[in-house]
Design a protein around this ligand. Structure first.
Ligand SMILES: Nc1ncnc2c1ncn2[C@@H]1O[C@H](COP(=O)(O)OP(=O)(O)OP(=O)(O)O)[C@@H](O)[C@H]1O
Ligand SMILES: [Mg+2]
Length: 423
């Protein structure tokens, strides 16, 4: 026989290397477990990115179940494939504590809400060293020590300040969408997120600065025009913090820079999205194209209006125009302001001064006056290639008139011109 099963310690070594690759991920899993346990108060104590504990007042773990908590594919949260597709809890794989236990020294203290005494479980590299009754308040404490002591290479290149900033922003995201209070203790500070209403929490997170609200069928968006210190942009989908890049890539393609800080909350029926596409649970895909398009359309419309108050659907380029305009070839300046170009069917005269002004204010987020001055300075000093890029960017974002209603271009069918020439 040449194809043989791996010895169990090799399997463990390999899967440890695959799962939970960063302290960020490890602490996130512990916080998620506390939230799934319905905790109302969660305390996080960070000694370093490799030693920290998370204590909650949730339902706890039954004494006899403690060893199961760190076994692979053991979970109390789901029992069928149907459950996974309609997932309500943050955890569902029965994988997190198992993989964390393989790369750390783990201590769990817990008391299940229906039991009188609690329990203590300790493990090193996944092997249980202690399992005994232990008096404990209702809830669970998970202590991770010496993370990656057996994978020293994993410890390299990790900045403590980045880790702490990640944790804080993660807590802010959960804080906003869960009914929970957090206390974060680090060597340097105490970060308290007290019990508050949703509105109060928003004010708290935006540090009292004013913010705007946009609401749609499936989403709520809050944004500021001032940068909030320490706050990253948050994207929360069905109560899960997601990679903000997904939001940018999926929904914000042509619309930039209208906010300094933004919090986007999507709430979609669970069956419409698949969250099981990344081991870090921070990415998702829509399972329904119809829903994805619906959200995109709604966002595009609302963003368009917010970013550019004179935007309206009617001013959106005709579909036919959008397709043709990409064949655009520019011939040059008619005079300083007017650029002449043509596509297969039309000859265009663009008011480049207007186009450039819009480009500056919408895409580069300059105010109107600066945008106008900037336009004058740049005029006549750009290559036709650069100019074409700007024209296409502005037109394909839906603008065909300026804020005061002046057209950005006029066009004449080539066939009319040819007709007049007797061709
Ligand atoms: N803080 C906690 N309070 C109560 N039970 C917990 C806690 N942490 C873990 N558990 C129990 O241990 C089990 C295993 O946790 P683990 O995080 O490994 O898996 P999971 O949360 O079920 O799924 P996932 O791997 O997706 O996180 C959980 O299903 C839960 O029953
Ligand atoms: Mg979990």
């Amino acid at each position: 026989m040449i194809i043989k099963p791996l010895p169990s310690e090799v399997k463990a070594y390999i899967s440890a290397a695959q799962g939970t690759p960063t302290p960020n991920q490890v602490i996130k899993e512990l916080i998620e477990n506390a939230l799934d346990a319905n905790a109302k108060n969660i305390e996080i104590d960070i000694t370093s990115p490799f030693s920290f504990k998370v204590k909650d007042n949730g339902i706890g773990i039954p004494y006899e179940d403690l060893p199961n908590a760190i076994k692979r594919f053991y979970t109390s949260k789901i029992s069928s494939l149907e459950d996974v597709k309609n997932i309500k809890s943050l955890g569902y794989r029965g994988e997190a504590l198992y993989s964390i236990s393989l790369v750390s020294k783990l201590t769990i203290k817990s008391r299940y809400e229906k039991e009188e005494v609690g329990g203590l479980l300790k493990s090193v590299e996944g092997k249980i060293t202690v399992h005994k009754p232990f008096p404990f308040n209702k809830g669970t404490l998970v202590l991770v020590e010496d993370l990656f002591f057996n994978f020293p290479a994993r410890r390299k290149g990790l900045k403590e300040s980045k880790f702490l900033s990640f944790v804080k922003n993660l807590l802010l995201a959960y804080y906003l969408v869960y009914d929970v209070s957090f206390t974060l203790k680090t060597k340097k500070e105490l970060f308290n997120l007290p019990f508050l209403s949703f509105k109060e929490k928003l004010n708290f997170i935006f540090q009292g600065k004013s913010f705007e609200t946009i609401k749609g069928k499936y989403f709520s968006i809050f944004y500021t025009s001032e940068k909030i210190k320490g706050l990253e942009n948050l994207f929360i989908v069905n109560k899960r913090p997601m990679d903000f890049k997904i939001f940018e890539n999926k929904f914000l393609k042509n619309i930039k820079n209208f906010y300094k800080n933004i919090i986007v909350i999507l709430d979609i029926p669970p069956a419409y999205i698949d969250i099981h596409i990344s081991p870090y649970k921070d990415k998702f895909e829509f399972t329904s194209k119809a829903i994805e398009d619906l959200i995109k359309e709604e966002l595009k419309d609302i963003f368009g209006k917010k970013v550019y108050p004179f935007y309206s659907k009617e001013r959106f380029l005709l579909k036919e125009e959008q397709e043709n305009i990409f064949d655009l070839k520019l011939l040059g300046y008619l005079d300083e302001d007017i650029i002449v170009g043509y596509t297969k069917e039309y000859v265009y005269y663009f008011d480049f001064h207007l186009i450039f002004e819009i480009y500056n204010s919408v895409f580069l987020n300059l105010d109107e006056k600066t945008a106008c001055k900037y336009a004058l300075v740049k005029k006549g000093k750009m290559s036709l290639e650069e100019i074409k890029e700007i024209i296409l960017e502005v037109l394909s974002s839906g603008q065909i008139t300026c804020p005061h209603g002046r057209p950005l271009f006029v066009k004449f069918p080539k066939k009319d011109i040819l007709k007049k020439l007797g061709r």
